[in-house]
Ligand binder design. Sequence first.
Ligand code: HEC
Ligand code: HEC
Ligand code: HEC
Length: 190
Amino acid sequence: MLPRAKRVLFLAVAAVFMAAAIVVMTLDGAMAQDGGPVGFHPALGDDGIHDPANPGLQFLQQPDAALRELPQDRVGNYVNWVEALEGGYVDPRKGVKGETLMNVINMDVLKTKTSSMPQVKFPHKQHTAWLGCNNCHPAIFLPQKDGNPITMYAILKGEFCGVCHGKVAFPVTDCFRCHNTPTDSRRLTK
Ligand code: HEC
Ligand code: HEC
Ligand code: HEC
């Protein structure tokens, strides 16, 4: 048996460690739920795409090693690419020769046919930081406010915003990142 003083000290220390463990476990759980950083991106041999028996696999960088340093997101491939670009974490080559300049325009288009959902403020700024005008105009959208029959159904079918969102940009399940602008309350009373 330990002397009483030592026993009390031991119990106190154990209690602190257990509390710390619970905090860590809770944080861990929260992060896992948020699609948190550590070990989330499957290893190349486990991703169902790469052949785990291919000896060349060892020469490829693991996605987790590349992506874990980038700003995290809760959806998609768990990287917030807008923050990654704005924060200078990535500096994508603009063209094959790297001589192209991005034509970033700061113009929002407010889309108001959103029924009971908040309205959609489409930001040109964040899009033209990645894309050229001709990635969208005129094939996906005529460059004219409300000049396109955009509906949620069409988006979910992969048209309009759905050409990219859910494929190369954050998924359509992240409703409020697009439905980002409260509907003017006066509109509801009319
Ligand atoms: C990638 C952007 C984006 C995402 C994500 C998104 N929406 Fe939409 N949504 C739109 C746009 C754009 C419109 C059309 C607005 C307009 O034409 O004025 C729209 C329209 C709507 C409408 C109006 C009725 C209709 O069918 O068009 C509803 C309701 C709606 N969205 C619900 C949702 C819900 C629920 C989610 C999440 C599951 C969601 N949206 C996710 C962009 C988005
Ligand atoms: C990611 C897709 C995308 C890219 C890239 C893009 N646009 Fe647009 N643009 C839109 C959408 C969506 C609208 C709104 C269409 C609607 O309301 O039906 C729009 C609308 C416009 C409008 C009409 C605005 C108004 O008030 O009528 C102009 C002008 C325009 N874009 C110019 C540009 C230029 C210039 C570039 C390149 C520097 C560009 N866009 C890049 C998607 C894009
Ligand atoms: C040609 C591809 C493309 C189309 C079409 C497109 N987007 Fe995007 N969008 C992107 C990319 C790429 C990003 C940046 C990466 C990300 O956030 O996943 C982005 C980001 C965004 C963001 C995030 C901005 C921020 O500050 O975080 C919003 C909001 C958005 N898009 C709304 C829309 C809406 C609404 C439409 C349809 C009217 C649309 N997008 C159509 C490619 C596209």
